[in-house]
Design a protein around this ligand. Structure first.
Ligand SMILES: [Zn+2]
Length: 424
C-alpha cells in the first residue's frame, strides 16, 4: 500500500466530533488530586478504561496509590519489536477559586472555537487526541510493524508517581520511542531542561534582638549563599552559553526562610535559616559538578562567616560560642533530556507535522519536567513532546484549548505512529 493511501486511511478515521466529545467528557470529570475533598484520578482512569474496552483495545488498570490508577492500553499493530508509546496524564491542578473563572472549571464549555476548563489544555485535550489517534491507527487497517502502548498515567502534576510505577512494572522496557502529549503550541520539543534542587540549612544561635552578641546570627550566611548562587549562575552562563532551544541555565533561590520554622518576630534573632535553590540546567552542564559547586558554596560560606565572626569578636573583645553549620541536602537531581534531531522518532514527528499543517516544523525545548523526563532518564527512552494548547495557559484560570489545533494534533499523533511503525 502506498504511503499516501495509508495516510488517507488513517486520517479518515479521525472524527472531529468524537474527539471533542471525548475531550469534553474528560474535562467534566474533576480529577484534581485532593484527599480532603475526595477527588482523584480514579473516575477519569475508569472512563478511559471503558473507552478502550469499547474500541477493542487490551488494557490494564493498575493502582499506583489508593484512588490513583494508571491505565495501560496496548495494541499490536503487526510483527516487529518496535513499540511506540503515547503518554498523557489524567490528573489536573486545582482550579483555585472557581469565582475567578468566567466559565465552570469543569464545564468544558465551547466558545469561539475554544474549549474552556481545567485540563482542557494540560492535558486532557491532548489525552483525547492521543486516544483518538491510537484508535484511528487500529481501525484504519494499514500494515504496521510493531506495537503501540498508551500510558494514561496519574500524578504528573505532583510527584510523578504514575510514570515511576509504569517504569517499575517493566512497561517501559519495550518502548522504543514515546510521544509526550503536553501543550506545546504545535512545536516539536526535542529537549528539556534538567533540574537540581537543593536546600541549605543554616544553624546559628537564637537570641534577643537587643542582645545579638549573645547568639550567632545566620543572616550573613544567608546573604553570602544568595550572592554565591548568582556567581554560580554567571559562571554557568559564561561556560555553557545559551542553548538554542532551552535558553540560559539558572540558579534561582526560591525559598528564603528565617526562622527556618515557626513564626518570625521582630525582636527575636532566629537561630536557623533555610534557603532552597532551584537550579535549571541545559545540555553541557554536568550535574555532579553542579552538586559539588553547591556543597562547595556551603562549605566556603561556613568558613568565611566563622572567620568574620572570629575577627569581629576579637575587635569587640568578646568571647562567645561560634558554631555555625550549613547543611546541604539535594532534593532533586533530574537530567536534561535531548533526543537527537535525526532520531527516527523526531523525523516521524517532523514528517507528520509537515503533512498535517503544510508548514515546516519548528523545534523547541520544554522548560519544565514532564513524565517524559523519567522515561528518558531512567529507561533511555527517546521522547518528543508535542501537543495543542498555548504553553503559558496551563494552571491559569479560564484554561482553554483551540479546537482546530486539537484536531490537527490528533492527526499528527496518528501519523507519527504510522511513520514510526511503517511497514514496507
Ligand atoms: Zn501536563
Amino acid at each position: 500500500m502506498a504511503m499516501q493511501e495509508k495516510i488517507k486511511k488513517v486520517l479518515a478515521r479521525i472524527d472531529r466530533d468524537e474527539l471533542i466529545g471525548l475531550a469534553a467528557d474528560l474535562v467534566r470529570i474533576n480529577s484534581v488530586w485532593d484527599p480532603e475533598e475526595g477527588s482523584n484520578e480514579q473516575q477519569a482512569a475508569e472512563y478511559v478504561a471503558g473507552w478502550a474496552q469499547k474500541r477493542g483495545f487490551a488494557y490494564q488498570l493498575e493502582e499506583v496509590a489508593p484512588g490513583r490508577p494508571n491505565v495501560i492500553i496496548t495494541w499490536r499493530g503487526g510483527p516487529g519489536e518496535k513499540t511506540l508509546m503515547y503518554e498523557g496524564h489524567t490528573d489536573v491542578v486545582t482550579p483555585g477559586d472557581p469565582s475567578a473563572w468566567t466559565t465552570d472549571p469543569f464545564g468544558a464549555e465551547i466558545r469561539d472555537g475554544r474549549m474552556y476548563g481545567r485540563g482542557s489544555c494540560d492535558t486532557k485535550g491532548n489525552l483525547a487526541a492521543m486516544l483518538i489517534a491510537m484508535a484511528a491507527l487500529k481501525k484504519a487497517g494499514v500494515p504496521l510493524q510493531g506495537s503501540i502502548i498508551g500510558g494514561v498515567l496519574c500524578d504528573e502534576e505532583d510527584r510523578m508517581l504514575g510514570v515511576r510505577h509504569f517504569i517499575e512494572q517493566g512497561h517501559a522496557d519495550r518502548v522504543s520511542g514515546a510521544v509526550i502529549c503536553e501543550p506545546q503550541d504545535g512545536l516539536i520539543c526535542t529537549c528539556q531542561k534538567g533540574a537540581v534542587r537543593a536546600e541549605f540549612f543554616v544553624s546559628g544561635r537564637m537570641s534577643h534582638g537587643a542582645m545579638p552578641l549573645s547568639g550567632l546570627n545566620t543572616a550573613p550566611a544567608v546573604a553570602e549563599i544568595i550572592r554565591g548562587l548568582h556567581r554560580l549562575e554567571q559562571q554557568a552562563a559564561a561556560t555553557c552559553g545559551r542553548d538554542v532551544h532551552l535558553g540560559w541555565p539558572s540558579f534561582t533561590p526560591t525559598v528564603v526562610q528565617a526562622p527556618a520554622s515557626g513564626p518570625s518576630q521582630l525582636n527575636v534573632m532566629p537561630g536557623q535559616a533555610r534557603i532552597k535553590v532551584d537550579v535549571r540546567t541545559i545540555p553541557g552542564q554536568d550535574h555532579q559538578q553542579v552538586i559539588a559547586d553547591l556543597r562547595g558554596l556551603a562549605r566556603r560560606t561556613e568558613q568565611a562567616c566563622l572567620e568574620h565572626y572570629q575577627q569581629y569578636d576579637a575587635f569587640l573583645d568578646l568571647e562567645r560560642r561560634r558554631e555555625l553549620k550549613i547543611q546541604t541536602t539535594i532534593l532533586t537531581d533530574r537530567p536534561c533530556t535531548q533526543t537527537p534531531e535525526d532520531h527516527p522518532l523526531v523525523q516521524a514527528a517532523d514528517r507528520a507535522s509537515r503533512q498535517v499543517t503544510g508548514k515546516e516544523p519548528q523545534h523547541a525545548g520544554v522548560p519544565g519536567a514532564t513524565n517524559g523526563t523519567f522515561l528518558w532518564a531512567l529507561k533511555d527512552v527517546p521522547i518528543v513532546t508535542l501537543g495543542a494548547g498555548d504553553r503559558f495557559v496551563p494552571h491559569q484560570v479560564d484554561e482553554w484549548v483551540d479546537l482546530d489545533s486539537l484536531f490537527q494534533t490528533a492527526e499528527i499523533y496518528a501519523l507519527i505512529g504510522l511513520y514510526f511503525l511503517a511497514a514496507d
